[in-house]
Design a protein around this ligand. Structure first.
Ligand code: GTP
Ligand code: MG
Length: 199
């Protein structure tokens, strides 16, 4: 990855750029580390806006990498302090974007692995599955808990998913702080870009 540029913030799926290049969307609970991981991937500190305060990212943000593919930062779900109406709007914006965008090559579903998973994580993962959308799980904040804790949380997540999935989704353990998992995710993107070009 040599060059990355912020393209714009879009309030709804139908206003996103008309473009044929593949894109990679980042979804997950508010505060899970979506914006941080985009910064880690791109080796930039403040490209995508990060905050301790949940609910930082509020629209669909496009970043163009090497003129050839997009990283898309999305607002997170499950932020308790927003109104019912705002949550419904979020749900509509994000799910419409994910369902209708034909150029999505892969969705990165982030789950905070420093704490036990939450029910809304399982629900969202199952929604992706029900829609037949391609995704992998990015387990974030691996540096934030001790290893046995991380392993326990991973087991818990696998167990919960096992109730619904015959074959578990691919998972990558990551940290925005130590850059763990960065190379693996870049490799996944690179392979997916090739597959997308041949499709
Ligand atoms: P929203 O935009 O609100 O949905 O949040 P987000 O998912 O984009 O999270 P963001 O990247 O803003 O990070 C939330 C908080 O978690 C910030 O305080 C980050 O510094 C912290 N954080 C993110 N990734 C990591 C990580 O790998 N390790 C640790 N220790 N903290 C992290
Ligand atoms: Mg964000």
């Amino acid at each position: 990855m040599n060059n990355i540029a912020f393209i714009g913030s879009f309030p709804s799926a139908n206003l996103c750029p008309n473009d044929e290049r593949p894109e990679y969307a980042f979804i997950g609970r508010s505060n899970v580390g979506k914006s941080s991981f985009i910064n880690t991937l791109s080796n930039r500190n403040a490209l995508a806006r990060v905050s301790k305060q949940p609910g930082k990212t509020q629209s669909i943000n496009f970043f163009l990498v090497d003129e050839s593919w997009f990283l898309v930062d999305l607002p997170g779900y499950g932020y308790a302090k927003v109104s019912k109406k705002m949550r419904a709007e979020w749900d509509y914006m994000v799910k419409t974007y994910l369902r209708t965008r034909t150029t999505i090559s892969c969705i990165f579903q982030l789950v905070d692995i420093s704490v036990p998973h939450q029910e809304n994580d399982i629900e969202f993962i199952n929604w992706l599955g029900a829609c037949g959308l391609p995704f992998i799980l990015i387990l974030t904040k691996a540096d934030k808990a001790k290893e046995p804790e991380v392993l326990k949380n991973m087991e818990g997540l696998k167990l919960a998913l096992g109730n619904y999935w015959d074959e578990l989704p691919r998972m990558v353990l990551t940290s925005a702080n130590t850059k763990l998992g960065r190379e693996e995710v870049l490799e996944i993107i690179s392979k997916a870009n090739e597959a997308f070009a041949n499709y």
